[in-house]
Design a protein. Structure first.
Lengths: 482, 198
């Protein structure tokens, strides 16, 4: 490019670079990070107490309570929520959040409130999450909010304190990676299968240092709930953030929500949001392609989200793996999961099905699950737990009769929260129990000490709950015929 | 935050890859609301195994951890850094780290340095040959030494400067408070507000 050309037109930018540039308080020099302004700070009970402690110790106020919102989710029980929380430490954290929010003037949606729920479900449903903003939260699944074309990422407790005190974060620019998914998904193949396939392809560290931008016709055709599922699991590919450029689907979701802009503000916002697309001649630091037409339901066999295969495949054989780290990890995983190489994934029987988490607990997810189990009975001996992402999602689902469908199926219809995704509340697997879970992490012990997790979509979760083995809906008919 | 220049203490090998933060500190310990006192939680599940490295008599005074690639992936919990720090670790050396874990470490005065996989294996061999041997991490020279084995580690210049100076993050940013105020004056009306409740 000649100097005259570069002077005439601004350099082409990716979506992520545009949002970054619009939040630059100070450009870093001599290896210092940039100082980035934060539009929205989401707070929950687990990663915030020490941050508030730090503020108190230093005598610092919260700079922008009006850009901060808190909810209770990680520890909250999903049964008998009107009773005191039995677990002392869970109760202590929740009480600390209530005290801190009162002291520092922060809006809180506590257990029992209609807007309570998983922080990554609450932000979007209130219309607080919107295109072109920066969102942080002391939780790695903050990447969820990138589905709106926001730059959203998880931070640690020191950073929570930093944002509370300054509303900014010192950050090094990210590299950018395009993940292009073209084509049409087959029936029964969902956003969850796309992201599990992406992670299996690039690995759990493939996205490290990058912001991922999900593009292509298969992404465009997804609902906002589906886009959130994909962006949610960006962190499982090692990326702190994932984004989807805003479009009509985004605006239609947002319009009329309690905190969405109104009147002239809405028009100004949409005019700006329309510019939030990667420029045609912008260059990504890395590019990955996935064919949506070929995609099948995807499930994990191991103990990290990259250890996945198509549901129609079998448990892989570590002996065939060439990378020694990958091989050792696979051997450890199979031992922990108590699986043999070559076992068909569809022959794996489960003890439990968990339908919930910030990955798959929105109304679309619950509708999908309910449409498959409707009028059927769960498999004998399989425990089926359905946990809506928020109190409002729960109400909306109940208005459609989804609670009745779950109960008639033999499943448990619970109150909102993170629940068995990470087992910080009483919702845990027993040692050795195997679970098909719509959550995001199959780490050792994540869902309960000694518990074994297979990550699946809501479609596979529903079919599995019916057959008792990892299944797709086509297997239900086969079972009935047999 | 204490200034970090040179640290010497027992070298601990952890020859596993992708040690995620759930393994460093299980979620159950995240319920505490204090900022210190997590030494008992570090590698909690693994420490139940008598053979685990930290249960060996020679592992007393553990100061420098030599881990496999992708140490600290997964959940953003800063408790992982607190647990390592409270146990006595001053530095972790590995071929690769989880991004969030690495960011958290720098802010808490825990040094994370990257070396090649060949170098980490050489360190593991040196410790195995002489359990209890000390490691020296020199941040000024960016070197880590165990007996005869020495490697230069990578750490970004900014984090290195912060560690060397022992600087508090918020205080650093608030030197630019006038710029933050100026930026806020230019923010558009459509951007979200959580208060007042509508």
């Amino acid at each position: 490019m000649s100097t005259t050309e570069s002077a005439a037109a601004p350099a082409p930018k990716t979506l992520a670079e545009k949002v970054w540039a619009a939040h630059l308080v100070k450009q870093g020099e001599n290896g210092e990070p940039d100082l980035i302004y934060i539009d929205l700070h989401l707070v929950h009970e687990v990663t915030s107490p020490q941050a508030f402690d730090g503020l108190r110790m230093a005598g610092r106020p919260v700079r922008r309570p009006d850009l901060t919102i808190a909810t209770e989710d990680h520890n909250t029980p999903t049964l008998e929520i009107d009773k005191p929380i039995a677990d002392v430490t869970s109760r202590t954290q929740i009480e600390a959040l209530r005290k801190n929010c009162a002291e520092f003037g922060i809006r809180l949606h506590p257990l029992g409130d209609v807007e309570q729920g998983i922080v990554h479900v609450v932000g979007p449903q209130l219309g607080l999450t919107m295109p072109g903003i920066t969102v942080v939260c002391g939780d790695s699944h903050t990447s969820t909010h990138g589905a709106f074309g926001a730059m959203a990422f998880g931070i640690g407790t020191s950073e929570v304190e930093h944002v509370l005190a300054t509303q900014t974060l010192p950050l090094k620019p990210f590299k950018t990676m395009a993940i292009t998914v073209e084509g049409e998904l087959r029936p029964g193949v969902t956003a969850k299968d796309i992201i599990l396939a992406v992670i299996a392809k690039i690995g759990t560290n493939g996205g490290q240092g990058y912001v991922l931008e999900y593009r292509g016709s298969a992404i465009r055709s997804l609902s906002m709930d589906g886009r959130m599922t994909i962006c949610n699991m960006s962190i499982e590919a090692g990326a702190r953030a994932g984004m989807v450029a805003p479009d009509e689907t985004t605006y239609a979701y947002l319009k009329g929500r309690p905190h969405a802009p109104q009147g002239e503000d809405w028009d100004a916002a949409v005019a700006y949001w329309e510019t939030l697309k990667t420029d045609d001649d912008a260059v990504f630091d890395a590019e990955v392609f996935l064919d949506a037409n070929e995609l099948e339901p995807f499930v994990t066999w191991g103990t990290n989200p990259g250890q996945g295969v198509s549901l129609n495949d079998s448990v892989p054989d570590p002996a065939t793996m060439t990378d020694p780290n990958e091989k050792a990890a696979a051997e450890r995983a199979l031992e922990y999961m108590d699986l043999q190489p070559g076992t068909r994934m569809k022959d794996i029987a489960v003890d439990a099905v968990f339908m919930g988490s910030c990955t798959n607990s929105r109304l679309d997810d619950l509708r999908t699950f309910a449409s498959i189990i409707k009028g059927r009975k769960k498999a004998d001996g399989v425990r089926v737990m359905v946990v809506p992402g928020s109190a409002r999602v729960r109400l909306e689902a109940e208005a459609e009769g989804i609670d009745k469908i779950v109960e008639e199926f033999g499943g448990e219809w619970r109150f909102a929260g993170c629940s068995m995704c990470l087992g910080m509340n009483p919702d845990q697997l027993a040692p050795g129990e195997r679970c098909a879970s719509t959550s995001n992490r199959n780490f050792e012990g994540r869902q309960g000490k000694g518990g074994r997790t297979h990550l699946v979509s809501p479609v596979v979760a529903a079919a599995t709950a019916i057959t008792g083995r990892l299944s797709s809906p086509s297997d239900i008919d086969a079972m009935v015929e047999a | 935050m204490e200034k970090f220049e040179t640290v010497t203490g027992t070298a601990i090998p952890l020859p596993r890859s992708a040690v995620d933060t759930d393994q460093i500190i299980p979620a159950v310990f995240l319920k505490r609301i204090t900022k210190t006192g997590y030494d008992d939680a570090l590698f909690h599940e693994w420490r139940k195994d008598e053979e685990f490295v930290l249960n060996q008599p020679w592992a007393q005074g553990a100061t420098v951890l030599f881990a496999g690639p992708d140490f600290g992936t997964g959940s953003s919990r800063e408790h992982a850094v607190w647990a390592l720090r409270d146990y006595g670790f001053k530095a972790v050396i590995a071929p690769r780290f989880g991004d969030i874990f690495r960011g958290n470490s720098g802010k808490q005065g825990l040094l994370t340095g990257t070396v090649s996989e060949a170098e980490i294996e050489a360190f593991w061999a040196a410790i195995e040959a002489n359990p209890g041997i000390p490691a020296t991490v020199d941040l000024v020279a960016r070197t880590v030494t165990v007996g005869e084995v020495q490697a230069t580690f990578d750490i970004d210049d900014y984090t290195r400067w912060r560690l060397l100076e022992g600087l508090d993050d918020i205080g650093l940013t608030l030197r630019d408070e006038a710029r933050i105020t100026e930026f806020e004056a230019g923010r558009e009306a459509w951007r979200p507000r959580t208060l007042p409740v509508r």
